[in-house]
Design a protein around this ligand. Structure first.
Ligand SMILES: [Zn+2]
Length: 294
């Protein structure tokens, strides 16, 4: 059975993709977080084609880096090459660019009471307002065939965000059904982080029921319940999964329903279950049976 470990990278990516919306604690504002919205750089398309793993700077940075300077932590030295003058001196949130490959990062520095943090998060061209040309798209598709995980995840993320921004759900669905589970997972994780969820929901339901990879499927269900919360449609769908053959699907659905019943609204969950002729006792039994069978 898929353990909770699978959600970790998914939520990390989720966190990353909502980072531009971050609204820090009010007291931080007093001492001054300067810009909360990223500065968009419109400096054209991706310049050179170097996969993450082959760039001497990006390969050392990872997708997300964080350091609490008060605790004596620091970012890898390569981070200084993104913004050599300002990394440790100015309050800001801005877009910085890799001098070798042109890949972009969000850089945030927050200083407050007992706080001096610096963060660097890799951004896709779409996130910083850069258009992708046909050639860029072809390059990212080619990168999906590379062996290094970071290269595949980054290319998949760039493609996913681009097609979602263009509302091209046909191309997005292709990524959700790509033959590489790393590409499918990236599409799953980034899809529901978007504002406009309605066209994406039926595509997710398909993944939950049909994907061959347990990790992809578990993450799809968790993100589904995490994003849609107790909306009736989501609860109806989760209730319908209690009869699925696949144990992971049943387990994730029962876990989500149990959580909502305990922490949000037992009544809303009971109503969704009732439509299928089920009860909360059935949810508890599903969970117990699966846990007993491990
Ligand atoms: Zn680079």
């Amino acid at each position: 059975m898929a353990g909770p470990a699978g959600i970790e990278p998914a939520l990390k990516v989720l966190e990353t993709s909502v980072l531009p919306l971050y609204d820090g604690p009010v007291w931080c504002l007093v001492v001054g977080i300067v810009a909360k919205a990223p500065l968009f750089c419109k400096n054209g398309n991706v310049k050179k084609r170097i996969p993450v793993s082959r760039c001497e700077v990006c390969s050392k940075l990872g997708r997300h880096q964080y350091a609490d300077l008060l605790k004596g932590e620091s970012l890898p030295p390569e981070a200084l090459r993104l913004a050599p003058d300002t990394l440790h001196t100015v309050l800001y949130k801005k877009v910085v660019t890799c001098p070798v490959c042109g890949r972009t990062y969000f850089q945030t520095k927050e200083v407050g009471f007992m706080e001096d943090d610096v963060e660097i998060t890799r951004a896709t061209p779409t996130e910083v307002g850069d258009e992708l040309s046909e050639e860029d798209l072809a390059n990212f598709y080619e990168d999906l065939n590379l062996t290094d995980d970071e290269d595949v995840f980054y290319a998949a993320e760039c493609l996913t965000e681009f097609y979602l921004a263009k509302k091209n759900y046909e191309k997005f669905a292709e990524l959700l059904h790509h033959n590489d589970p790393r590409v499918r997972l990236t599409a799953v994780v980034n899809g529901l982080a978007q504002k406009e969820k309605r066209p994406i929901i039926p595509l997710y339901e398909d993944v939950v029921k049909t994907d061959a990879d347990e990790n992809v499927r578990s993450n799809a269900i968790r993100l589904f319940s995490y994003n849609l919360n107790t909306q009736a449609h989501a609860l109806d769908f989760l209730a319908s999964l209690l009869d699925e053959k696949n144990k992971t699907v049943r387990y994730e659905a029962a876990t989500a329903l149990d959580y909502f019943a305990r922490n949000k609204s037992a009544q809303a969950v009971e109503e969704a279950l009732k439509k299928k002729g089920l009860t909360l006792a059935r949810v508890a039994k599903t969970l117990k049976d699966i846990l007993d069978s491990i």
